[in-house]
Design a protein around this ligand. Structure first.
Ligand code: FES
Length: 311
């Protein structure tokens, strides 16, 4: 019989089966079991809710809250299990002698001396390859995570399709001319060619309002932006991105239907009421020689809500 076969792998020294060290710490293990089970069930429910929130792209706080609650309940259950249901010890584990015999060590040293150079060289090569493999595996393992973040937004968060000279068109693609709107009227316009695209229906949407027949300045530095009383503002609410399509002509405010933010049209669409944190960006306009409404440039600031509020 070899050395290995004679060894006892683990022995609990001096502990009888009914030793208090082997009993759970809780005086009422059944109740502890119930509480832990409830924690696990709640954990499962919240983790499932997290999955559902992630799937339907719910608001970030809901995703975070469900994940946090799920992991917390699972963690509490796990800790309680260890603390109240597991034997508390202490335990002594006896092990056999781990070191090789002197004869074994001498034989191993002789073998190394005999084959030394080659072995060491190969070990370095193999160690290097193993390290490279593990490194590449670590990088590749990040791919699913990175891919789940979706495509890079690049400049799409900062810019729209409005450019210098872009024609403003209505939903049918018809270019808007200076005589098309009476004073007090409003129409949604798009950069020409985008009105039927997803992007045209999102960040490019612009409300065109005619507030008078005279050139109008909303703010200092915007003296040329409102030719013949035409003002253009982003239609995306700066709160959570609802379309700001209601125009109160008498008060000359744009109203967001979602949470009733109101934006003063005459004053650079500064929010006067509601949760919107900043004005609607204004699109600089000009009227060309043929009477068409065109953009002087893109918006000078990002449209819509702050990036973290976008869905
Ligand atoms: S989305 Fe406009 S006020 Fe909330």
């Amino acid at each position: 019989m070899s050395d290995h076969e004679q060894r006892t792998p683990v022995e609990l020294k001096g502990l009888a089966a009914n030793d208090p060290h082997l009993l759970p710490a809780s005086k009422n293990p059944k109740q502890a079991e119930r509480v832990i089970a409830v924690c696990f069930v709640l954990g499962i429910i919240f983790v499932a809710a997290f999955g559902a929130c992630f799937w339907i792209n719910a608001q970030p706080w809901k995703i975070g809250a469900t994940l946090g609650a799920g992991l917390s309940f699972l963690g509490i259950g796990l800790v309680a299990w260890g603390k109240y249901l597991m034997p508390q010890g202490p335990f002594v584990e006896e092990r056999h002698q781990l070191a090789n015999s002197q004869d074994d060590r001498d034989a191993f040293a002789a073998a190394i001396v005999q084959r030394g150079g080659d072995v060491v060289k190969r070990r370095k090569l193999l160690g290097g390859l193993l390290g490279a493999g593990l490194g590449i595996f670590g990088v590749v393992a990040m791919f699913p995570l990175l891919r789940s973040l979706g495509p890079l937004p690049k400049k799409t968060l900062d810019s729209t399709d409005w450019r210098k000279g872009t024609y403003a068109v209505d939903i049918t693609g018809r270019r808007v001319r200076v005589g098309d709107l009476a004073v007090g009227s409003i129409v949604t316009v798009y950069p020409e060619g985008t009105q039927n695209t997803d992007r045209g229906q999102a960040v490019d949407q612009t409300v065109l309002i005619r507030i008078s027949n005279e050139n109008f300045t909303t703010l200092k530095g915007r003296e040329s932006w409102g030719p013949q009383g035409y003002l253009a503002y982003s239609k995306l609410c700066t709160h959570l991105g609802c379309p700001v399509g209601l125009y109160e002509q008498e008060l000359q405010v744009l109203v967001c239907p979602c949470h009733q933010s109101t934006f003063n049209v005459l004053n650079g669409a500064v929010p006067e009421f509601g949760p919107a944190p900043r004005p609607l960006p204004q699109l600089p306009l000009y009227i060309d020689a043929s009477g068409y409404i065109r953009a002087q440039a893109d918006y000078d600031q990002p449209v819509g809500p702050g990036f973290w509020e976008r869905s």
